[in-house]
Design a protein around this ligand. Structure first.
Ligand SMILES: [Fe+2]
Ligand SMILES: [Fe+2]
Length: 431
């Protein structure tokens, strides 16, 4: 049991500081084991640089205090009190992080019986069980050892730990503020940053993102939402212009063919003529998408060269997507998601691409694929592809439907003429 007499002693506070540090360290060990197993690599958990997670120290402190006041109570009400207190602590810390740093460090929203994703029944129960294991086995053992140590050593250790803890906390808070600023910067400047810059920003916070995997989802969701909103506003504003643009083609054709001439005519690229796509061949489809993208980007004063080149290579895959197996895509894989990477690999193999062209090919299936386009040109191509694909599909559907109707009519015609032939024969027989 806890040495309660130490609570009244002026030096006891130093012992408790040391205990706090030890329990923060044990908490870190638990988290590291849990995170490293779930992520299958070593993960330095928690937001401090050092091997401590203060939240566990705080949880331990509250558990000790609760035990001090309620140790005479029956197990069940004690379990409930412990559970409610620990849940309240976890909720408050999560809430404060969201309020102060606008960051979601953990998220239970996919668990049953959760409260705003900050706490959930399963983890609250686990914390409470952990608290009981702690107060019954760990704390008596650790505290009885710590309390036998010489007070002078404890004082020195406590002061050193406190200084270290303060420095680590301040540095970590600065780091967290920096992180928050960079993320805000990322959200607003996403379109103006190169892929490399975005990667550099995200990589500079790799440790924090490993330590709190939910943070990644939070960042991605935010980026996705921001982009979706600005794109739909952007597309709405130009949709009419796009349709208008589609009608006046001829004057630019010469320039368009000049831009894509090294691709159009290339032996490997011409193989696209052999593969059916939507209603014709992949070759015809990519030409249409490239031309429309080129026109729109020229109209909007964007990089129409990259748009045309990226678009003409966007579906550079050499297999029939309705019945694929070899050579590039095995049957069990889903063409819709896989083909941008295949097209990009083929394109890189035969042509040199700039960053925009790569982005166009890799991300033209967004939002089916998770990679969000980075350039306006990529969004235009993605839009042109969807617009033309649906037109092609509808065209093909109508063609097949009228073909079916024609066949049906033909069959009916045949039937009725056979019937009338029969009648004639019948009549002959009658006669
Ligand atoms: Fe595609
Ligand atoms: Fe396409």
């Amino acid at each position: 049991m806890i040495n309660h007499t130490m609570l009244d002693d002026g030096t006891s506070v130093f012992y408790y500081v040391v205990l706090f540090v030890i329990y923060s360290f044990l908490g870190w060990v638990i988290e590291v084991i849990y995170r490293s197993i779930t992520q299958r690599k070593f993960v330095n958990a928690g937001f401090l640089y050092g091997p401590f997670i203060p939240l566990y120290g705080i949880g331990a402190a509250f558990t000790i205090i609760l035990q001090y006041f309620f140790h005479t109570w029956h197990l069940v009400p004690r379990f409930i009190i412990f559970g409610l207190t620990l849940t309240a602590i976890e909720y408050s810390i999560g809430f404060l992080f969201e309020k102060i740093f606008k960051l979601t460090l953990w998220d239970y929203s996919e668990y049953k019986f959760n409260l705003q994703g900050k706490v959930c029944l399963l983890f609250s129960t686990l914390w409470t069980i952990l608290a009981f294991i702690f107060i019954t086995f760990i704390h008596p053992l650790v505290s009885s050892n710590v309390f036998t140590l010489n007070v002078a050593y404890i004082k020195i250790a406590a002061v050193i730990f406190l200084i270290y803890y303060s420095i680590d906390s301040i540095l970590s808070l600065i780091f967290l503020t920096e992180f928050q600023k960079k993320i805000a910067y990322l959200y607003t400047e996403y379109f103006n940053l190169s892929n490399l810059e975005i990667e550099r920003i995200l990589n500079s916070f790799q440790r924090l993102r490993n330590a709190f995997p939910d943070l990644n989802r939070y960042i991605n969701e935010n980026i996705n939402n921001k982009i979706k909103n600005s794109i739909s506003a952007f597309l709405k504003s130009i949709q009419d212009k796009i349709i208008l643009e589609m009608n006046g083609r001829k004057p630019f054709e010469h320039e368009y063919y000049e831009i894509i001439q090294d691709i159009d005519g290339h032996e490997e690229f011409m193989k696209l003529k052999d593969y059916f796509h939507h209603n014709s061949s992949i070759y015809e489809h990519v030409q249409k998408v490239a031309y429309l993208s080129y026109r729109i980007c020229k109209f909007l004063k964007l990089d129409y060269r990259s748009a045309a080149r990226g678009a003409i290579l966007h579906d550079f895959f050499l297999y029939d997507w309705r019945n694929h197996d070899v050579p590039d895509l095995s049957r069990e894989k889903f063409h819709g998601i896989e083909h941008p990477a295949i097209a990009l690999a083929n394109a890189k193999k035969h042509f040199s691409l700039n960053e925009i062209e790569e982005d166009i090919i890799k991300k033209h299936m967004w939002p089916l694929t998770l990679f969000v386009p980075k350039y306006k040109e990529s969004f235009i191509v993605s839009f042109a592809d969807k617009y033309l694909s649906s037109k092609e599909f509808i065209g093909e559907f109508k063609k097949r439907r009228s073909h079916r109707h024609a066949q049906k009519a033909h069959r009916q015609h045949n039937k009725s003429s056979t019937r009338s032939g029969k009648n004639e024969t019948g009549q002959h027989r009658l006669r």
